[in-house]
Design a protein around this ligand. Sequence first.
Ligand SMILES: Cc1cc2nc3c(=O)[nH]c(=O)nc-3n(C[C@H](O)[C@H](O)[C@H](O)COP(=O)(O)OP(=O)(O)OC[C@H]3O[C@@H](n4cnc5c(N)ncnc54)[C@H](O)[C@@H]3O)c2cc1C
Length: 380
Amino acid sequence: MNFGNTSDQELMLQSVRSLLDDVCSMNYATKCDNDRTPPREAFNAMAQNGWLGLIAPESFGGSGGSPTDLALVLEETGHHFEELGLWLFRSFTYGCYAILQHGTEEQKQRIVPGAANGKLSFAFALSEPDSGSDAASLRTRAVIDGDYFIVNGRKQWTSGMDIADYVLVALRTNDLGKKQLGISTLMIDTKLPGIEVRKIATLGQHAIGTTEVTFTDVRVPRTALLGQLDHGWAVCEDTLRYERLCLSAVRIGAARQAFEYALDYAKTRQQFGKPIGSFQVTQHKFADMKVMLDTSFTMVRRYAWLMENGKAERADTAVIKYYIAESYKTISDMCLQILGGYGYSMEYPMQRFFRDSRLATIGGGTSEIQKNIIASTLGL
Ligand SMILES: Cc1cc2nc3c(=O)[nH]c(=O)nc-3n(C[C@H](O)[C@H](O)[C@H](O)COP(=O)(O)OP(=O)(O)OC[C@H]3O[C@@H](n4cnc5c(N)ncnc54)[C@H](O)[C@@H]3O)c2cc1C
């Protein structure tokens, strides 16, 4: 395992960093958050420069990048704006990875090129009002009617649905005793009649955020089925594994940006005649954060390597998801404290990291659930 970047990866990083410096400044991210508008200009610029095709094979218009390449690009994107990174990750995970792993040839041809050139956007609807951590107890249902599924039910927290072209929906197609059986996954066109989307007001993630989605007698063509009928839970689990690598990479980047902002501040803000960074208590906060950032970075690199070598286990995913989410939450809290009143002010950017990071330990599986997964492998 190699912790250094190859020369190609260095070039890739320089290129994506320089593009993001141009199209996604901190002021731009602040404006998107304040105005509650998606970072569309930055997303389009990433697409035009080929970054949405990072993991798609060349035959689908992509560049066939590895999980390590993916982690590097998402970390750099998260370092500029977490919500831009999250938008990208949905394209990589649902529009490319899920289809490439579980889709038919027709689905690959129809969807992957659009994901890879950024013309299509994606969302994932697993959670429901009454099933969050216990996701397999979902109740949204699809009934087969000739060449169609008729879908009825309600999904909660479907992030990015209002800007998505396709949504990967986990729903019940059969009752087979065990709750994980009888679930199927459909890649549904979001414009179909009978789909209603309502934005949910949340503490953070104001630029794109999340929604509630209601399906009322939605006629979905059978060609939307991803994976095997009644065996969609395997698709969900596999997709969540990939999702957790992406989320972790984006959030290391965001944590690093909060850290760097607070570091600059601590070097210049004077109290009692000296920079606040000269107080040992402040220095120790930075030392603790540096350890968390370095550990997070190393963990993601190792996990990407495990993925590349087909060795990643469910518990490995839970370890990085848990540690990096908790570190990001702690780092953004410490950075806010270092900025004092300016950290708390809505007129300065640090509060955005504090608000956005609060989701990290909840979305994509809570920290408690990750600990359950880790502990379940220890033979206790
Ligand atoms: C802003 C936002 C965006 C989201 N985006 C998406 C999305 O795009 N797609 C999607 O499908 N979902 C999404 N989610 C849903 C997210 O994955 C769930 O919120 C999460 O899985 C927790 O489910 P819940 O909120 O229903 O909490 P619950 O499952 O009700 O849990 C409540 C509390 O109980 C704890 N708990 C529950 N069960 C156990 C247990 N067995 N052991 C220990 N503790 C337990 C939890 O850890 C938590 O602290 C999003 C959520 C938010 C808030």
